[in-house]
Write a protein that binds this ligand. Structure first.
Ligand code: MG
Length: 403
């Protein structure tokens, strides 16, 4: 069998977090949904008529160009040799710098499609190729920042929620815990605020200890890996991170130095199923659990995550927002059935899913960058929003901590 071509499918998607981001500029096609997300899918065609599907995150508009550059390396190759092709792509991109999340996104979608092809050729689901499955259902968590949303999740049988943002996080967690009681797990994602010093994050995380959280995610900028050590030493609370880096090399320090309790590789850009399996094994050796980042991803990456989580011992939970955009359920065939707080592990050959190409084509991409809005609570010290700094100056700490 030989690879004959790669086709990409890029689409504009509604945004899940309208309160804290604004589009720059607002893409016309996204205006009905008010969002700026893009989903990028790809299909690898072969000379035997079998096609594999994959999905890429990590700035999809740029990743699409990377895939077109990589395609000539793959055409004519036997898709069976996934690791060899992965290495070939990585070596080809080395001159552009480290893989990063753009290169990681490109390799991920291709790797995912190669696993899909292998499963279809052999007539088995991908989880079977990964060593078999330990479980038939994967628990999920969804997002809630209000009591109303939290209770609606609880009423649907969902057993865990994640709130987010840096605006008054302790009060928010207390409010949600009060509303849902002890039967639901609660996590909080601070989204790696670059103005949060490790010292301030230590204080904040200690205040969150009494709420028995599932985890505190990205309490400081992900670049500040050393800062995680200080937070770890200061508080007895599970920490989670790892969504913004790619490959075993990007996640290595968090795992080897045991700076997190939960590692969160992004299924669309961490390097594909090949790398996710290795990352999970590294984490297993350190008693770290795996909860793939999936909040902004499309439904094909979600299928890939289900196969992976079925096959690894240290699978914790999958991030899933099924009500973020009406088009989600029209993009994928079949739409995964969520029953209560879990998803069934797919049993079809390969990944077991396909996209509706005609539906995807109705939403062409025309933008995919965003910045925090001025009102995004707590993100900027008053009067500094217009400076648009990454590492921000910060005053009014007393106001923040007593909010
Ligand atoms: Mg996150």
């Amino acid at each position: 069998m030989k690879i004959t071509g790669i086709r990409t499918f890029l689409m504009q998607v509604g945004s899940p977090d309208l309160e804290t981001r604004q589009t720059v500029p607002v893409p016309k096609s996204a205006q009905p949904f008010g969002g700026t997300r893009n989903w990028l899918f790809l299909k690898i065609d072969t000379d035997e008529g079998i096609t594999g599907i994959g999905e890429c995150s990590g700035w999809p508009r740029v990743v699409e160009t990377a895939i077109k550059d990589l395609a000539p390396l793959l055409i004519g190759e036997d898709p069976a040799h996934i690791e060899k092709l992965w290495q070939k792509m990585a070596i080809a991109m080395m001159g552009h710098g480290m893989l990063g999340t753009v290169g990681g996104g490109a390799v991920t979608g291709i790797d995912m499609a190669l696993w899909d092809i292998k499963g279809k050729v052999l007539g088995v689901p991908v989880w079977n190729l990964l060593g078999g499955k330990l479980r038939d259902r994967i628990p999920i968590y969804s997002h809630a920042n209000t009591v109303e949303k939290a209770l609606s999740l609880k009423n649907r049988g969902i057993k865990a929620l994640k709130c987010g943002g840096v605006s008054d996080p302790v009060r928010k967690v207390a409010m949600l815990r009060d509303a849902v009681g002890d039967e639901m797990d609660i996590a909080i994602d601070l989204h790696g605020p670059p103005w949060m010093t490790p010292a301030d994050a230590c204080r904040l995380v200690r205040k969150l200890e009494p709420y028995e959280l599932l985890w505190v995610e990205d309490p400081i900028a992900p670049d500040n890996v050393e800062g995680y050590r200080r937070i770890r030493d200061a508080a007895h609370i599970p920490l989670a991170a790892g969504e913004r880096t790619a490959t075993i090399f990007g996640e290595r320090q968090l795992i080897e130095e045991e700076l997190v309790d939960v590692i969160q590789p992004d299924t669309g850009r961490a390097g594909g199923i090949t790398q996710m399996k290795k990352i999970a094994a590294m984490a297993e050796a350190h008693h770290i659990q795996v909860a793939p980042h999936s909040g902004s991803l499309g439904p094909v990456a979600e299928y890939a995550a289900l196969h992976l989580l079925a096959s690894i011992p240290n699978a914790l939970i999958l991030e899933r927002i099924d009500d973020d955009w009406e088009g989600r359920k029209h993009t994928i065939v079949p739409h995964p059935v969520q029953e209560g707080g879990s998803l069934a592990v797919p049993n079809g050959p390969g990944l077991g899913c396909d996209i509706d190409e005609e539906f995807v084509a109705r939403f062409p991409s025309d933008g995919n960058v965003s910045i925090p809005v001025q009102e995004s609570g707590g993100a900027y010290a008053p009067g500094t929003y217009g400076e648009r700094l990454y590492v921000q100056t910060r005053l009014s700490r007393r106001h923040y901590f007593n909010a």
